[in-house]
Design a binder for this molecule. Structure first.
Ligand code: PGA
Length: 254
C-alpha cells in the first residue's frame, strides 16, 4: 500500500523566524499516520533537521543540480541537500520550468542526480490554462511524464506531483473529475512503462490545496497526497490539511 504524503513547498519564503511554525507542526502531529514533508529554502534545512530531532517529519530541497559537484556557482547538489538533512527533492516545479527554462530532459537529469545522491525525487508536471482549454492536458502531462522521469525510477525513489500551472497560487482548482482523469491517466502511463511497480509510485495533487478543499481532493481515487505551497507556510493551515489526509488514510485501514 502506498504511504500517503503531505508535502509542503515553502518556495522562496521563510527565514529562521519560520522555525516556530515547524515547532507548532511537530507538536500537532506527534505520531502522524501519514508521511509529512517540508521543503523549505535550502538555507533552513540544517536548522529544521536539528529542530525536528527524532520526529518523523521528512525534509526536502526544492531543486538540485544534475551534477554531483563542480563549478556551478549558486547551485546545490543532491548530496549537499542530503547532508543538510533532506530525504527528498522537488524537481521540475513549474516555477523552475518557467523562470529558469528547465526542459523535461533537464528535469530527468536532476531526478537521476537525486536518485544517485540518495534522495527521493518529486517530479512535477502539469498543463497551462491554454493547454487545458485546447484539450491538450493528457498529451502534455503524458509527454512530461515520459521525458521527465528517468530510467532507474521506481515507486520508492520517485513521487509524481500533478500540478496544473493555472491552479498554482491562484485559488483555482480543477474539478474532482479533472483531477481523477489525470491521475488515472498517469497511473496507466506508469504501468505501461514500469509494469507492476507502477502501483508503488505515489501521485500527489498540487495547486491551491487548502484546509477547505483538502478532504474533497484526498477522497479522489489515486490521489496519494498533496504538494502544498502557500498553505504549508503556517502550521494553522498545513495542520488541518495533514489531518484531512490522515482521516482518509484511517478510513482505509482494514
Ligand atoms: P500553491 O502551490 O499551493 O500555493 O498553489 C503549490 C505548488 O506550487 O507546489
Amino acid at each position: 500500500m502506498r504511504r500517503r504524503l503531505a508535502a509542503g513547498n515553502w518556495k522562496m519564503n521563510g527565514t529562521a523566524e519560520g522555525l516556530s511554525e515547524v515547532e507548532a507542526l511537530l507538536q500537532a502531529h506527534l505520531s502522524p499516520r501519514v508521511e509529512i514533508l517540508l521543503c523549505p529554502p535550502a538555507t533552513l534545512l540544517a536548522q529544521m533537521n536539528w529542530k525536528k530531532g527524532q520526529h518523523p517529519l521528512q525534509l526536502g530541497g526544492q531543486d538540485c543540480h544534475a551534477a554531483a559537484s563542480g563549478a556551478h556557482t549558486g547551485d546545490l547538489s543532491a548530496a549537499m541537500l542530503k547532508d543538510a538533512g533532506a530525504a527528498y527533492v522537488i524537481v521540475g516545479h513549474s516555477e523552475r520550468r518557467t523562470n529558469h527554462g528547465e526542459t523535461d530532459e533537464q528535469v530527468a537529469a536532476k531526478a537521476r542526480a537525486a536518485h544517485e545522491g540518495g534522495l527521493v525525487a518529486i517530479v512535477c508536471l502539469g498543463e497551462t490554462l491554454a493547454e487545458r482549454e485546447a484539450g491538450q492536458t493528457l498529451d502534455v502531462v503524458g509527454r512530461q511524464l515520459d521525458a521527465s522521469v528517468p530510467e532507474g525510477a521506481t515507486g520508492l525513489n520517485t513521487v509524481i506531483a500533478y500540478e496544473p500551472v493555472w491552479a498554482i497560487g491562484t485559488g483555482l482548482t480543477p474539478t474532482r473529475d479533472q483531477i481523477a482523469e489525470v491521475h488515472d491517466f498517469l497511473r496507466s502511463r506508469l504501468s505501461a512503462r514500469f509494469g507492476a511497480d507502477a502501483a508503488h509510485f505515489r501521485l500527489l495533487y498540487g495547486g491551491s490545496v487548502k484546509p477547505s478543499n483538502a478532504t474533497e481532493i484526498f477522497g479522489i481515487p489515486d490521489v496519494d497526497g498533496a504538494l502544498v505551497g502557500g498553505a504549508s507556510l503556517k502550521a494553522a493551515d498545513f495542520s488541518p490539511i495533514i489531518n484531512a489526509l490522515e482521516q482518509v488514510a484511517e478510513m482505509e485501514l482494514p
